[in-house]
Ligand binder design. Structure first.
Ligand SMILES: Cc1cc2nc3c(=O)[nH]c(=O)nc-3n(C[C@H](O)[C@H](O)[C@H](O)COP(=O)(O)OP(=O)(O)OC[C@H]3O[C@@H](n4cnc5c(N)ncnc54)[C@H](O)[C@@H]3O)c2cc1C
Ligand code: SF4
Ligand code: SF4
Length: 466
């Protein structure tokens, strides 16, 4: 079944209004934070409106409204601010972490008129244009295809730009003979939380429950997340009905006995256990990673190749190390200065210098990153909201060698700024979360908290079909 989540939401809201007064003016207003009363979640606070980029009140200031609820359901995905706030407040269960992720970038394209590709065609690729990169192409009716790549956390390059790699991927001769003459309809990027079961937070607590990818549902062995996210929501809905019928409150114990019990007894848990360690082998190389995935899959997760995932700041080489033997250090210095003066990221210049072929722009499918922002659907960033990407400790940015947030940014929204701290342009942000995951400097004393705050924000909707 395929349908528009936006229309579905509007439909649910209108039917809910029949039952009880509902606030249609809240739709589209992001939740800024969870309201906490000790260890109990009592609702959410919406974003302040009528503020400047730093969050200071200006004309038309309206503080974010508090919405109290008996049960707050958190399903804000892998980079949602509410989920991350709860993770910070309650901690993760022993041994759990969210260090495995991938940045997925997707194009929706009109295939050329004479395409022989039939609807239902599914291709997956691995190892191109870099050994670590996965690719996919799915053909839909009416010559429409969705295609893209995943750039994983274990790709040890400080130049992890999904956009340029996606263009090289499309230009692979086998793919390009089907794509040449095609047209970009829309594009977008999004993080895929790949820690799966080991990224699972505390699923419930007094007054709240977690569902979807932010609750560790995604199957990292198969890269499948939609059915899993949906199933967790259904299980919670059934649990809520059970508790309401029994007249019981939404306490941790009652939610454990209903929602968590359902989840543990279902295929979600079985699948998650099989997948749990399937990506560990990639921590020490692509070949070992592929063997590890095969072993985990064939033994239903009983065997896996070990390897403890590390955050990027622990595993990323410097730019000089990464390009040793391919680009001379003095050339790196020159290019860095040149790009800084131009206010652009460094990866294009460095990849050119390292011998990557130029992208033959055709104005239809192969377009510049900036043109893609305009061609592929407009980022919607209404005024009156604070910046949602904030560099916490400017001094850390100033001495950050890779400045990987600039290189990895999916929307070219982060650029070299003054005095070494990057600049952020909300108008270009597609809310992929790549900057949050990739940041190369942890906050002092917190190895898993990076120097970027990725807060609730407006915009980021590139196109409904993406
Ligand atoms: C490129 C790519 C391709 C994929 N392909 C497949 C596939 O073929 N099959 C498959 O099964 N899975 C696929 N996945 C995985 C799948 O997309 C995810 O597992 C799934 O979307 C998770 O759903 P979710 O609702 O839990 O989270 P999300 O889809 O991340 O949804 C979370 C929602 O919460 C919203 N939100 C966040 N913060 C706030 C806030 N403060 N206030 C209000 N709203 C907020 C976000 O805007 C978002 O709409 C793919 C992922 C990527 C990146
Ligand atoms: S945000 Fe992180 S990656 Fe970006 S410059 Fe600052 S410390 Fe470096
Ligand atoms: S600034 Fe926005 S577009 Fe750029 S990496 Fe961060 S979330 Fe993605």
């Amino acid at each position: 079944m395929i349908f528009s989540m936006g229309q579905f939401g509007a439909s649910v809201e209108s039917s809910a209004r029949v039952q009880a007064p509902a606030r249609s003016d809240l739709a589209g207003t992001p939740a800024a934070e969870a309201l906490l009363d000790g260890q109990r979640v009592t609702g959410i606070r919406l974003l302040d409106q009528g503020v400047d980029k730093q969050g200071r009140p200006v004309d038309g200031f309206a503080p974010g409204m508090d919405i109290h609820a008996a049960l707050t359901v958190v399903g804000d995905g892998p980079v949602g601010p509410i989920g991350r706030q709860l993770d910070a407040h309650f901690g993760l269960p022993q041994g759990h972490h969210t260090r495995d992720w991938a940045v997925g970038m997707k194009f929706v394209v009109d295939l050329p008129e004479n395409t022989p590709l039939q609807p239902g065609t599914v291709w997956h690729t691995f190892g191109y244009p870099e050994p670590e990169i996965f690719g996919f192409l799915y053909v839909h009716p009416d010559r429409v295809a969705s295609l893209g790549i995943f750039v994983p956390s274990w790709f040890d390059s400080p130049m992890r730009t999904a956009y340029r790699y996606l263009q090289h991927w499309m230009l692979h001769p086998y793919l390009w003979r089907h794509l040449e003459g095609g047209r970009l309809r829309s594009w977008g990027a999004k993080t895929l939380g790949e820690s799966g079961r080991r990224g699972e937070p505390h699923l419930v607590g007094d007054g709240y429950a977690r569902i979807g990818e932010g609750s560790g549902t995604t199957n990292v062995l198969t890269g499948s997340g939609v059915d899993e996210a949906w199933a967790s929501g259904v299980q919670l809905a059934e649990a809520v009905l059970e508790l309401l019928e029994a007249g019981k409150p939404f306490t941790r114990a009652n939610l454990e006995a209903t929602y968590v019990r359902r989840r543990r007894a279902s295929w979600l848990e079985t699948e998650a256990r099989v997948a749990e360690k399937s990506r560990d082998g990639f921590q020490s190389g692509v070949v070992r990673g592929l063997i590890g995935m095969a072993v985990a899959g064939l033994t239903d997760g009983r065997l896996a190749l070990g390897g403890e995932p590390q955050p990027p700041w622990q595993r990323l080489p410097s730019i000089e190390e990464y390009y040793r033997g391919r680009v001379a250090p003095e050339e790196i210095v020159r290019l860095r200065e040149q790009c800084r003066a131009q206010g652009v990221s460094l990866h294009n210049a460095l990849m050119d210098a390292a011998g990557w072929p130029p992208i033959p722009y055709d104005g239809r499918l192969l377009v510049s990153h900036q043109d893609a922002l305009l061609l592929g659907g407009k980022v919607q960033a209404p005024p009156g909201y604070a910046d949602h990407v904030v560099f916490l400790y400017p001094e850390l940015c100033e001495r950050c060698g890779t400045k990987i947030c600039i290189e990895a940014c999916s929307g070219q929204a982060i650029t070299p700024g003054e005095a070494g701290t990057p600049a952020f342009d909300r108008e270009k942000c597609v809310h992929c979360g790549a900057c949050l995951w990739n940041c190369a400097q942890p906050v002092p004393g917190h190895p898993d908290q990076m120097n970027i705050a990725f807060r609730a924000g407006t915009g980021g909707l590139h196109s409904a079909e993406n």
